[in-house]
Write a protein that binds this ligand. Structure first.
Ligand code: AMP
Length: 299
């Protein structure tokens, strides 16, 4: 299966305009270094749409100056090969959009937020808590790049993973508030056999630490057990934290939040709305620190 690779918005739009008007276009945005989690999104997109575009773009504006923009894995040839292999109901990915940074940021982009110029998108009230506490400009970067990508691709539906659950809540609010004609589809977390949530950043871990990091999912499941036993916020969070005692782990946050406004639950979870139990953990070895996130839905 030959996939077209577009590097410019102009080429992509030209192709988009050549599609029959009534055909549906699905879109899977990624930063590349594709794994089975990404592939699950692509498969669902192929299943539900006449045409599928996958983007591969490591977006600078969602990285802070002290983060891993430069070392983030870039594996375009392998990504292309993986995408070429997927076929669902006899059809595969039509196009990859892999733009350059200047193509996506015509006004330029610096990681120093105070020095940035041009247009950015913020989703207030949902971007400051959880991930936003440690990464204050992260969701501004995500909302901005997803807006640009939606404008470039012209998709009907876009596919995201529950792995980045706050991102899905932010983006759903963004398309609603900015009247974007795109449906956001959220799919379950794909895990390694050990239970560790798949992530492009897992490649930073040694085999030993990777295996140990499956404790993160184990810990979330201990919290879930507490919830099903009728436990309140404190006992749920305690069950999670008590499971992560290894010296390699430093918990950034554990959160039990409502799934719409992402406000911390006080007391017991409201069974009618359920809750998101989420976590970010720094895992450390030999002077290298990797930040992993995971979550489970309590309902
Ligand atoms: P990324 O390349 O990390 O920006 O991720 C691109 C998309 O893949 C996002 O919507 C992620 O939530 C999703 N994704 C990442 N890891 C997983 C996973 N383990 N299972 C399902 N989706 C995932």
């Amino acid at each position: 299966m030959t996939i077209q690779v577009f590097r410019t918005v102009r080429e992509l739009r030209q192709w988009r305009r050549s599609l029959p008007f009534e055909d549906s276009l699905g879109f899977v945005p990624t930063m590349g270094a594709l794994h089975d989690g990404h592939i699950s999104l692509v498969s669902k997109c192929l299943e539900e749409n006449d045409h599928t575009v996958v983007s591969i773009f490591v977006n600078p504006s969602q990285f802070a100056p002290n983060e891993d923009l430069n070392s983030y894995p870039r594996t375009f040839p392998q990504d292309l090969e993986r995408l070429q292999e997927i076929m669902v109901n006899g059809h595969g990915v039509d196009a990859i959009f892999a733009p350059t940074v200047p193509e996506m940021y015509p006004s330029g982009i610096t990681l120093q937020v105070e020095e940035q110029k041009g247009a950015f998108v913020s989703v207030l009230g949902l971007s400051e808590q959880l991930e936003g506490k440690t990464r204050p400009n992260f969701f501004r970067g995500v909302a901005t790049v997803v807006t640009k990508l939606f404008n470039a691709v012209g998709c009907d539906k876009a596919y995201f993973g529950q792995k980045d659950i706050q991102q899905t809540v932010v983006l759903k609010r963004m398309v609603r508030d900015l009247l974007m004609p795109v449906e956001i589809v959220v799919l379950p977390i794909v895990r390694e056999d050990s239970g560790l949530a798949m992530s492009s950043r897992n490649t930073y871990l040694s085999a030993g630490l990777r295996s140990k990091s499956s404790d993160i999912y184990l810990a979330l499941n201990k919290g879930k057990e507490q919830y099903h036993k009728g436990g309140d916020r404190d006992s749920i969070l305690k069950a999670v934290l008590d499971t992560l005692t290894d010296d390699s782990f430093q918990v950034d946050y554990v959160s039990l939040a409502d799934p719409v406004e992402l406000q911390e639950v006080v007391g017991s979870v409201d069974k009618t709305t359920g809750a998101i139990l989420s976590i970010a953990v720094y895992v450390k070895e030999d002077g290298r620190t990797t930040r992993l996130i995971d979550n489970v839905i309590l309902q």
